[in-house]
Ligand binder design. Structure first.
Ligand code: ZN
Length: 138
């Protein structure tokens, strides 16, 4: 699956996120005060306003809690139909990403796992979710 890089790839707060992605790792800021994962990246914790954090790797597994199927082409490089999903990661935070799952196979609570796909016209790797059992069934 070819994907296009977002315009926001290299904002300061998310620079480390994209560096982890280059290593095919999903990581988020983890608050040093309240211990929660912070997403999206930012200078302060949205729960306790602490500026203390470390980057921690996540397993990259979770369940699909919602999705949108695009049936028109809005951007070059995204031929319809394709889906964007809201994934509740096993560590708790919710994360929005492209899905590499046929729209007819989408289902609530579907187990998913992150993979990293190369962005179109870029060497950046982007997180994309697929079925967690894809290796067994394909
Ligand atoms: Zn906090």
């Amino acid at each position: 699956m070819m994907v296009r890089p977002a315009e926001v790839l290299h904002q300061d707060d998310s620079r480390e996120f994209w560096e982890f992605a280059r290593s095919r790792k999903l990581a988020m800021q983890h608050c040093g005060a309240c211990g929660r994962f912070r997403w999206p990246c930012g200078p302060l914790c949205p729960y306790c306003a602490s500026d203390s954090f470390s980057w921690q790797q996540l397993r990259g597994t979770g369940r699909l809690v919602g999705w949108v199927v695009y049936r028109r082409e809005y951007l070059p490089g995204f031929p319809p139909p394709y889906a964007v999903g809201l994934v509740e990661l096993d560590e708790g935070p919710r994360f929005t990403a492209l899905l590499d799952i046929p729209p007819t196979k989408l289902d609530a609570d579907l187990r998913v796992r992150v993979k990293f796909s190369r962005a179109q016209n870029s060497d950046q790797l982007l997180p994309v979710f697929r079925r967690d059992d894809a290796e067994k069934s394909e």
